[in-house]
Design a binder for this molecule. Sequence first.
Ligand code: GRG
Length: 337
Amino acid sequence: MTFSEYSQTLLPAIEEELQAVVSDAKISEDESLHSMLTYHMGWTGPGAGQKAQGKRVRPMLLLLSNITANGKWQLALPAAAAIELIHNFSLIHDDIEDGSEYRRDRETLWKLFQVPLALNAGDAMFSLAFIALQRLSDELGLEIIHNAHTLLAQTCLTLTKGQHLDISFEGDPLVTESSYLQMNQGKTGALLACGTQLGALIAGADMTTTEIYRQMGLNLGIAFQITDDFLGIWGDPDVTGKSAASDLIARKKSFPVIYGLSREGEFAHAWNSEEITESNAPQFADLLKASGALDYTKERAKYYSDLSQGFCNQIPSENPAKHALEEVIQMLLKRTA
Ligand code: GRG
C-alpha cells in the first residue's frame, strides 16, 4: 500500500481524534480559547483547510511505525494526537519567540490575538497533549502507557534544550556544524524520533526494535530540519508560505549560513558588515550559494535521510506499511514546503 492510500484512512482518523481532544478546551459558553486553538490547527478562520493544517507528518509517522510493528493503529491514535499537539504548541511559542507573523500562509496566533493570549493558548495546547495520552486504552497495559508518558515528557524537555541552543546561536559568532547538529537533534529530531519510537512502543515492540525506530525518526528529523533551513533561504515563498530568504533577513544561524560563514569568503564578509533587508536578501542568497552552501546543504540532508532509510531497512517487518515509511523518508527530502 502507498503512503497516499494509507493517508486516506489515517489522516481523517487523526483529525477526528485531534478535534475530540481539542474540544476539551471549551470554557462553558466562552468559545474564544477553543476558537484560537481551532484556528491554529487550521480548522477554522480565514484560510482554514489542508494547507493551514500543515502536513501532519509526525502522527502519520507514528501510525505507520505502529502498523509495521504489528500494532492495531486505532489504539495508537491518542499518541498520534498528542505528538501533533506538542508540535503545534511548539510552533505557537516558536512564532512568538521569533516574532514570525505568518505560518502556513496565514497570520500567526500572536499576530491575531496578541502575545499574552497566544502564550496561554499554547499552554492549553501543551496540556491537551497529555490529556490526549489519557485516552490510551487500558488494553495496552499499564507499563506501555507509563512508558509512553515518560517518553513524551522527556521529549518535551529535549525540545526546550534544542530551542535554547537555537535562540542562543543568535548572539554567538562561531556556531559550528557540530553544535548545530546538537541543536537540530533537540529542536526537530527529538519529536520525530519520539513519534516513530512511540508507534513501535505502543505496538508492544521490544527495546532493540524500538531503538531502530527511534534512530530512523531521529535521522529523518535531522534531514527534515536541514531541508527546512534550505527552504528558509531558497524555497519558493508561494509554496512555503513564508517570505523569500526569510531566514537571512532574520539573520538565523541556519545550516547553510553556518557553512557559508565557515568559508570566510564574500558571504561571510557581507554578513559581518551589512544589514540584510527584503531588497538585498536575494544577493545574500546568491553569495551563499556561491560559497558552496547550497550544494553542501543538499548533500548533508541526503546523508541523514539515507541514514534514516538504513534504519528503516532494519525494521524486522514485511508489512506493506514499511514501503509507505520509505516513501515518507524520500518525500521529506524532496519536499518544497
Ligand atoms: C515542547 C515544552 C516544549 C517546548 C517547545 C518552542 C520550542 C520549545 C521549540 C521549537 C521547536 C520548533 C518550532 C522546531 C521547528 C521544527 C520544524 C521543522 C517545524 C516545521 O514542521 P512541519 O514542516 O510543519 O512539519 P507543519 O506546518 O507541516 O506542521
